[in-house]
Write a protein of this length. Structure first.
Length: 569
């Protein structure tokens, strides 16, 4: 029945539409009359008698705050906690969350959500953990720690925290931060992050009734930029972290340092599975482990508690997908700020570069404020796209998306995130007979379109789903074939397989009946992480004595691998 799909009512704002699809209830408030809903045709008809200036444009992105009526019903107290890394911003916000009767923590990484859930449960505040790939419920919980994509904008909380809020300017994930900022219905909303986000957030929140206050923080421990370059690798000390930006150079540096025979290196970089990153970080932090040096990419900039005494930039350039470019001021500050964590054994943090010629950029960046953010990321909500599709029934998903992209370019405060990848995915899924909602889901799925195996995985999932409505993991992946990689290329492939399995798990939470093999995908993901760690353990210099390391993998690995022989697998 049409009335089940779309209801129209008059509100004080004018016409209010409530859409009841399979997604969360979603309301649109328009200040102007824009058309009428015809139950006969199940369509929204624009008022053709009105001139163009009075007709509402469904691709208009100037008022996204109106997409969240629950948050607009309350006057939120928004507290911005801003300052450099390691200044205690999150600590203050979390204290407030702990003492609230109900609340939600929204973090950019699963690791951070895990950490916060653990912290609250330890403090006897029952807290659920919800990420795109896992749900752990605790009895009686009124608190949740979630990855920001999972923030619920249809419940009311006493307190909410959005961590690393400056990520609303991020081209990949900015929309989730903007959605959480505008949509979370909490009496108190704590935003932690870089001061560069303050003017944009103040501007965006001018149109809400929220009260906004800003608290500035200073670093808890000094950060000292050294005047001399690092020099030789024989100068490596316990607690050093060498920063570089490609997997290849991470392994090259690890080998080089280990070949000196004095230190073993943990590694942390973005495409390592999160569990592996955490375990590498734990080994590095563990004073009794021999892995006392870290070689890492900018993935250390966020989320991990690391006992680093000195950051050494091996380069100040990074390939950003298009070209080699200098690191930006925020990137340099975020990475450098990881040295000298409060509560760790190093009383100050130091930072330097491998080459003397990079020192001026390091020093000037640490002394400059980060450029202020100008626009916040956004995605057209499904419901808007749906309504647009009713007006333009012949348009493909790609064409609908293009309408939105064109209009968002005109927006003063917002931009559509990751346009290129969205269009790439849209072009793939337009080939398959899928409904709009399913296409939208594949479009927002966490696929890495720069990774060939990962994008092939998405294509296969979408195609099989369109053809059969059921996607068995075995059809695209043979369990039992995973091996410890022997080369960096094989390692890269294993990391990509992990991404595909991760995508399957993500889809299984949203299309449960059609992606039924979540358990298998999760266990294979765990095997991938173990195999990657086995590679990391074996790679590089091997110390002859036996007391080298807790070689945790052997027993656990065999127990995991033995899952292959279960009948189900
Ligand atoms: N008042 C405090 N008492 C005890 N520990 C604190 C206090 N303030 C901060 N810390 C600890 O110091 C470390 C850094 O604090 P926190 O993570 O809050 O900093 P931050 O400014 O949010 O940094 P980042 O931007 O890196 O997240 C954490 O381990 C935190 O638990």
């Amino acid at each position: 029945m049409a009335s089940n799909i779309l209801r129209r009512k008059i509100s004080s704002y004018g016409v209010s539409l409530t859409f009841h699809g399979n997604t969360e209830p979603f309301h649109l408030y328009f200040k102007y009359k824009f058309g009428c809903f015809s139950s006969a045709s199940n369509r929204i008809q624009p008022y053709t008698s009105l001139n163009d200036t009075t007709r509402i444009d469904l691709t208009d992105f100037t008022c996204p705050h109106t997409w969240y009526p629950l948050a607009r019903k309350i006057q939120r107290r928004v507290i911005l906690h801003v300052g450099p890394t390691n200044s205690g911003k999150t600590h203050h916000a979390l204290k407030r969350l702990e003492s609230s009767s109900s609340g939600v923590y929204c973090g950019p990484l699963r690791l951070l959500a895990w950490e916060v859930a653990k912290r609250l449960n330890r403090e006897k505040v029952p807290c659920n953990l919800i990420t795109g790939q896992e749900r752990e419920e605790v009895e009686g919980a009124k608190h949740k720690a979630v990855t920001v994509e999972m923030a619920d904008v249809t419940s009311k909380y006493h307190c909410a925290v959005i961590d690393e809020v400056q990520m609303l300017g991020c081209n990949m994930r900015g929309f989730s931060f903007t959605r959480a900022l505008l949509g979370i219905a909490a009496d108190e909303l704590h935003l932690c992050g870089d001061p560069a986000a303050v003017p944009l957030i103040q501007e965006i929140l001018k149109v809400t009734k929220d009260e906004v206050e800003v608290h500035y923080y200073e670093r808890l421990l000094p950060l000292v930029p050294l005047k001399t370059p690092f020099g030789s690798f024989s100068n490596v000390q316990k607690g050093d972290c060498i920063v570089t930006f490609s997997r290849k150079s991470i392994y090259r540096l690890k080998k080089r340092i280990e070949n000196e025979g004095k230190h073993l290196c943990s590694v942390v970089y973005g495409s390592l599975p999160p569990e592996t990153r955490t375990r590498q970080a734990t080994m590095f932090n563990d004073a009794s482990s021999e892995f006392d040096v870290l070689v890492a990419s900018d993935a250390i900039g966020m989320g991990l508690n690391l006992n680093i005494s000195r950051i050494i930039f091996s380069t100040m350039k990074k390939f950003d997908g298009f070209e080699m470019r200098d690191l930006t001021v925020p990137e340099i500050k975020q990475i450098a700020g990881r040295a000298g964590r409060y509560g760790s054994k190093f009383p100050i943090g130091e930072v330097t570069c491998l080459d003397a010629e990079d020192l001026p950029l390091l020093h000037s960046s640490l002394n400059s404020p980060s450029p202020t953010l100008e626009r916040a990321g956004i995605l057209p909500p499904y419901d808007l796209m749906y309504m647009h599709s009713r007006l333009h029934p012949k348009d493909s998903f790609t064409q609908i998306l293009e309408h939105f992209l064109d209009n968002a370019r005109l927006s003063e405060h917002y931009f559509i995130v990751n346009c290129e990848d969205l269009l790439k995915v849209a072009a793939i899924i337009d080939e398959f007979p899928l409904g709009l909602q399913e296409k939208y889901l594949f479009c927002i799925s966490p696929v890495d379109m720069d990774d060939e195996i990962s994008s092939q995985g998405l294509t296969q999932f979408a195609e099989t789903y369109a053809k059969k409505g059921l996607v068995r993991l075995r059809e695209i992946f043979t369990p039992g074939t995973l091996k410890v990689p022997k080369t960096p290329a094989a390692l890269e492939e294993l990391e990509s397989i992990h991404k595909v399995l991760d995508l399957y798990v993500w889809l299984s939470f949203r299309l449960e009946d059609s992606f039924p093999d979540r358990e298998l995908a999760s266990s294979q993901k765990a095997i991938c992480s173990m195999l990657i760690e086995e590679f990391l353990d074996r790679f590089g210099w091997q110390k002859p004595n036996a007391g080298r390391l807790p070689r945790r993998t052997t027993t656990n690995m065999s127990s995991l691998l033995s899952q292959r022989s279960r009948p189900y697998l």
